[in-house]
Design a binder for this molecule. Sequence first.
Ligand code: 5GP
Length: 188
Amino acid sequence: MKKGKFVIISGPSGVGKDTICDELVKKGMGRYSVSMTTRKKRSNEIEGISYFFVSKEEFKRHIEEDYFLEYAMYNGNYYGTPSEFIFNNLEKGTNVIGVLDIKGVLNVEKIYPEAISIFIMPPSFEELEKRIRNRNTDSEEVIKERLEIAKDEIKCKDKYDYVVINNTVDKAVEEIIQIIKFEKNICS
Ligand code: 5GP
């Protein structure tokens, strides 16, 4: 049986990664890998669906137990990808879709180079700022920090296998579906 593909969706905060992943899952392109984080839960997020929200102590315990495929620190909080879910599904031939930052992508490429990394670009920096502000979930300080991080993230876009511009969710999702189908056909 052909192995599943690990599809990594990355990109600046507010670019629409979650919406894109939701659509990919709805369209049967794979299962979503729920990450673990020490960040505070936002009001619109659901435990176990958006993230597994844990304390720093619990996260560190999981690091010691070798629970993560990779983990990274982003803006003062830990984020990590549980490895068991990913490899169980890939073995069964099911694609797994995960959201990681650039540090996570570079780490995964070292240990699992078959992963497909896709960077989602905003149509413009102004549009990105508008989207983060419209989300109404973060304080002004956090918004400013995330915009600064976004500038650095966009500079690294050439490190990814593919870059997709999120002009509209439908178009971005369609483009990603074509990428996954293409990658599944060229490697088994
Ligand atoms: P947010 O707080 O906006 O949900 O996520 C902040 C950043 O953490 C985003 O760039 C997102 O891609 C990244 N992220 C989410 N989950 C993981 C993970 O499991 N590992 C890594 N390395 N980054 C993650």
